[in-house]
Every structure is written in C-alpha cells, then in structure tokens.
Design a protein around this ligand. Structure first.
Ligand code: CDP
Length: 211
C-alpha cells in the first residue's frame, strides 16, 4: 500500500504521516527533509540557494541517510528549501530516490507537496492535510520555541504565507490538492484526533466505502 500525504507547512502532515506509518507498518519518507538537506548543503558550503547549478549538484550528491536532522529544521533552511524546490533540475535529481522509496516491499507513506500529483500519482490513498494559516503559524512558532529558536509570531506568519505562495504558485510541481485526494483539515484538532481522522479516511478508502 502506498499512501501519499501532501499539504502546506505545519499543517500536521508530518505528524500524521509518522502515525499512519506506525499504525499500518509502512516505511515513511519525509520528502521535505530531502529539499531541506539540499538547502543545508548549499548554506554550509557558502553557496547561494538561488544558484541553480550549485543546487542541482547538491541534490545529485545528497545522501538521504546522512541528512543532519538536528540542523535542517530551522526557518532559514526551510526558506532556502522552498527556493531550491522551485528548480526543475533539483526536483528531477530527487525524483528516482523518492520513487524507489515508494516501492518499499512493506508499502510506504510519503509526505510532501507533490506526492499525490507527481511522485506517486497511483498511490492507493491520497490525503491533502491543511489547517488555517493562523493555526499553522502558531504550531510552527511553538515548535521553534521548543527547538530553542524563539521567533516573532507576526513575522513568522508572514514568512509562512510567503512560503505557501511560493510553493503554490511555482510552475513545477506546485502545492495543490490532487482531484482524487481526501481533504483533512486539522484546524482545531489534536494530534490524536488528526491521526484518527486520517485512519478513518484510509480505512474507508481501502475498503472502498469512501465517496
Ligand atoms: O516542514 P515544512 O512543512 O515547513 O516544510 P517541509 O515539508 O520540510 O518542506 C520544505 C520545503 O521543501 C517546502 O516549502 C517546499 O518548497 C519543498 N518541498 C517540495 O517542494 N516538495 C516536496 N515533496 C517536499 C518539500
């Protein structure tokens, strides 16, 4: 079984993906971490994230097992990730890796922006996870606070809105709900409630009873 989960920043898609993978015994790939890994490699090398040739080289050289989880979750890396993610050669360089992961023998959950539309258009179940901008900004603010990176909520909200716009308006693999994806709005839902809602959608879709 392949489950595709897409959605904007801090919509809860990562947490839902993790819970779903554990529940159904599937492998999970956080594809945003790949773009963040490329961005971090560029920043570490003192290169400009807008430099397409450098970004493509970093994407081709990326070792997914060597991505520094502890350093990719900053606002700066997230922002640079959405810049390199606009570049077709970067997306092409990361394509095979994601496709291969989706073929994991036990099945897989992939979460990102273009999983249902580009990476796994034939996924068994597609979820589009979202939440209001205010709630997403508040969640990300709390996450950053926990990571020891306190930020201003108003500035963070503006940054997230700008990233949403960049992700949704880019010509290559924009963030969009696939026509056959099930919408899951996590505004006002706890993590447990969001995961339970996702399980209900998946169980219904798999048993063929979902509209
Ligand atoms: O954690 P957050 O939702 O903020 O972002 P992420 O999922 O880690 O992704 C970081 C950036 O990578 C996004 O803003 C997208 O521009 C890009 N991305 C993408 O283009 N395609 C994907 N499948 C995953 C991420």
């Amino acid at each position: 079984m392949i489950i595709a989960i897409d959605g904007p920043t801090a919509s809860g898609k990562g947490t839902v993906a993790k819970r779903i993978a554990a529940h159904y015994g599937l492998a999970r790939l956080d594809t945003g971490a790949l773009y963040r890994g490329v961005a971090l490699a560029l920043l570490d090398a003192g290169q400009d994230p807008k430099d397409v040739a450098a970004a493509e080289a970093a994407a081709r050289a990326l070792d997914p097992d060597a991505i520094d989880e502890g350093r990719i979750r900053t606002v700066e890396v997230g922002d640079a990730a959405s810049i390199v993610a606009q570049m077709p050669p970067v997306r092409a360089a990361l394509f095979d890796l994601q496709r291969r992961f989706a073929q994991a023998p036990q099945g897989a959950v992939l979460d990102g922006r273009d999983i249902a539309t580009v990476i796994c258009p034939d996924a068994d179940v597609k979820l589009f996870v979202t939440a209001s901008l205010t709630e997403r900004a508040r969640r990300r603010w709390a996450e950053l606070e926990k990571l020891g990176q306190p930020t201003d909520l108003v500035a963070l909200t503006a940054l997230i809105a700008a990233r949403d716009k960049r992700d949704a308006e880019r010509p290559e693999a924009p963030l969009v709900q696939a026509p056959d994806a099930h919408l899951l709005d996590t505004t006002g839902l706890s993590i447990d409630e969001a995961a339970a809602a996702a399980r209900r959608i998946i169980d219904a879709a798999v048993s063929g009873s979902h509209p």
